[in-house]
Ligand binder design. Sequence first.
Ligand code: UGA
Length: 446
Amino acid sequence: MNHIIIKMSKMKIGIIGAGFVGLSFAVVLAQKDFHVILIDKDVRKIKKIKENEPPFFEPKLSSYLSKSLKMIESSSNFELLKKCDIIFITVGTPIGKNGMIDLNNVIQVGKEIGKKVLQSNSKPVIVLKSTVIPGTSQKILKVIENSWNKVGKGFSLVTNLEFLREGKAIEDTKNPHILVIGGKDGIANKKVVNFYQNVYKQKIPIFLTNHETAELIKYANNSFLATKISFINQMANICENIPSASVDDIAKAIGIDPRIGKRFLNAGPGYGGSCLPKDLQALISYSEKLGELPSLLKAVQKTNDYQVSKIFNLVKKNLNGLNKKKISILGLSFKENSDDIRESVSIKLIKKLIHEKLNVMVHDPMAIQNTMKIFGDKILYSNVIDEVISNSDCLIIMTPWNEYKKLNSTNFQKMKNKLIIDTRRLFKNRKIEGKYFAVGMNLMKE
Ligand code: UGA
């Protein structure tokens, strides 16, 4: 017998979309000796990747990329995917102007796969990793079939959601807490399961289900996380009215109850980022379209929006007139260890502040470049924390970067007016001179 046994690790894996999910997946697979074909329509992004330059900041990505380059073929040409055994779709699914999910990216990718990949005799399994509303996998299956013109032959589609976090993208890709796999083609599902078992030597729970349930699991997951944050933020707001009450102690105590769990109970300025706000909105719109009232989800969203107006009102209330006052903002990215400012609460706050003609000066270890693209010369920027704080009328800490945790009263000496709003409670256990307000603590009113 003349069988050629192809070792799993020699499989060719296609990935379409070089964002956080796609690029992190590509480098982790490359490190495990898979040949990866990475496709993105953005030629500048592809050029950067080829030149060993990550197109966005993500801890560990740079070193993983340089070690993986020889195993990754990156391009904007879909035809390169022809020889792939499995093709993962990891393109973005933003919110459109009507508040509904915008599926154009995935639909376009489906058409390209039909036209440019399936003509060859290869029979890849297509795996949809992008976050999509129920029914989308079946829709993409039809798009591929229609543009290929050969209904029902030669390829299968599996839904497989991603749960990685920005800032921990490599870590989470190397060690996912679950693999959700949805589809109706048992052989294709098995192929994906086998592939993952080959990638991950450790035991990872695998959850097999149908397309629609898999699609909804991702929304349920992110909406539940958003609900936890809004819940604790509401508790924080209640605590602020009770002398000596601490929201962190409340979070710690209820977190010990295994039915609740301790994570995602950090009160703050509200959640931001490219995922939780978008996914909650997509689920709300989807639910309304079904005729189901998304009352809880809407309350979560409203509670989140309230946090930023609360911070803004605190500034207004505690400054004697707003005109030309200097406001210093520490932290622009939606969370630490990221340069991502999408839906960042800090950006929303700055918009409100400059609308009131306040002078805003900002610092962030990674996100200044991205912020400049939004505000240009409407605000001032500095890489030096002390310069941002100096001569300030109000300091607001928005992102819990490690360097901010090291600040103390000496750093605040040069403020003109010592009003400090600490939305992440970094200094709650320190003696801070002046008016110190920490979200979820009654300190300023004492
Ligand atoms: C989120 C989910 O956590 C991931 O599981 C999911 O895969 C990802 O969305 C996605 O759908 O792609 P991410 O957006 O990277 O991940 O960020 P999170 O760590 O969830 O943080 C979101 C926001 O909530 C940040 O602004 C963060 O500061 C805030 N947050 C988080 C809190 O205010 N309190 C908390 O206790 C936790």
